[in-house]
Write a protein that binds this ligand. Structure first.
Ligand SMILES: *Cc1c(COP(=O)(O)O)cnc(C)c1O
Length: 352
């Protein structure tokens, strides 16, 4: 059961008055002459400040995601949403957060930046979470629990029943990062927002939508939580070019679905081929556009691939991912290049 939102929010955030921009004070469509924001009259359309609340884009995204626009926060990548959740809820030097481990590195970086204690809780050998283990690390100062599903770098979904247990028993906010949700057929947590007032879901345009360059991420949550994030964000945090590019990308929905289908097909082929390599110890199940592979001499393999101009992610220094590389699924040709190189490495090792 979630505590009252007022108890969770930092008192200074609850009390502060947000910046009121020219476009907040007049947001009508009728006016012809805008002399309120010290803008330059030339160089249209870049001369005007963008919509601080991104209303047109939010309406389209809300339809796509099946939520109300008030339940949508848009940011400069999901990384902005991650940082803002700390700034809204966590008092520096006092509060703490709990997170599954291993997972996406930004939760810990933003904790450090905000002077918030970060409490990682190891997944089990199958990279699965335990609600009970996470709850054991929570105390009255734990404001957020970070989950990522499908998880980066392990690729697997978090067990639905465990997430449900956590949502049920934790008194703070549970964040489920679904950056890779578009690659799985599993039900998305954002569809269950109305059941869980303490749930925040993260989505992004950076992965399945092929728009990492435009920096558009989002948080989906109750209107009350979204209002708090809007209160502390920079007034014009999503620039005009990003809003326009995102609207254009949303017109390409069918392409995106085809990309996803193709990447999922390729993922299965590449994983199967990698599984056949003699030095590979394990290929972990994935519901994302990457997978984790455990192998002999993973660091050597990494450097060998770099020499061939192929860059994968070494996770060998991450706890529970020793001897592991994280491999992103690319185009068919890129994947074939990778596999050819890995098969040749097999040749080099068998000679030594
Ligand atoms: C890639 C990724 C993101 C995306 O971050 P953006 O800032 O939206 O590009 C978010 N969460 C996880 C777990 C990721 O792997």
């Amino acid at each position: 059961m979630m505590r009252n939102l007022k108890e969770l929010v930092r008192p200074n955030v609850a009390q502060m008055k947000p910046y009121s921009s020219a476009r907040d004070e007049y947001s009508g469509q009728e006016a012809q002459v805008f002399l309120d924001a010290n803008e330059c009259p030339y160089n249209r359309p870049l001369n005007r400040y963008p919509d601080p609340m991104q209303q047109e884009l939010k309406e389209r995204l809300a339809t796509l995601k099946g939520v109300r626009p008030e339940c949508l926060f848009l940011g400069n990548g999901s990384d902005e949403a991650i940082d803002l959740l700390y700034r809204v809820f966590c008092r520096p030097g006092k509060d703490n957060v709990v997170a599954i481990a291993p997972t996406y590195g930004m939760y810990e970086v933003c904790a450090a930046m905000n002077d918030v204690e970060y409490r990682p809780v190891m997944l089990n050998a199958r990279y699965q979470m335990s609600a009970e283990a996470l709850l054991r690390r929570c105390d009255h100062h734990t404001k957020l629990v970070w989950l990522c599903s499908p998880n980066n770098p392990t690729g697997n979904l978090m067990d639905e029943e465990q997430v449900r247990q956590l949502l049920h028993h934790f008194t703070g906010i549970v964040v489920v990062d679904e950056a890779y949700g578009d690659f799985t057929r599993a039900p998305q947590w954002r569809q269950r927002l109305s059941q869980w007032p303490n749930l925040v879901v993260l989505n992004t345009m950076s992965k399945a939508w092929g728009c990492a360059a435009i920096r558009l991420g989002m948080a989906l949550a109750s209107p009350e939580i979204v209002a708090l994030m809007n209160k502390v964000k920079y007034p014009y945090n999503v620039n005009l070019l990003t809003q326009q590019a995102a609207l254009e990308a949303l017109e390409q929905r069918h392409d995106v679905q085809e990309w996803v289908n193709e990447l999922v097909r390729e993922r299965e082929l590449v994983m199967e081929a990698v599984r056949q390599l003699p030095y590979v110890k394990a290929v972990y199940p994935s519901e994302a556009n990457f997978f984790l592979v455990r192998m002999k001499r993973a660091d050597d393999a990494y450097h060998y691939l770099v020499q061939r101009g192929i860059i994968v992610r070494s996770r060998t220094k991450v706890k529970l991912c020793e001897d592991c590389l994280r491999i992103t699924i690319g185009s068919r040709t890129e994947n074939q290049t990778l596999l050819a190189a890995l098969r040749q490495w097999e040749g080099t090792t068998s000679k030594t």
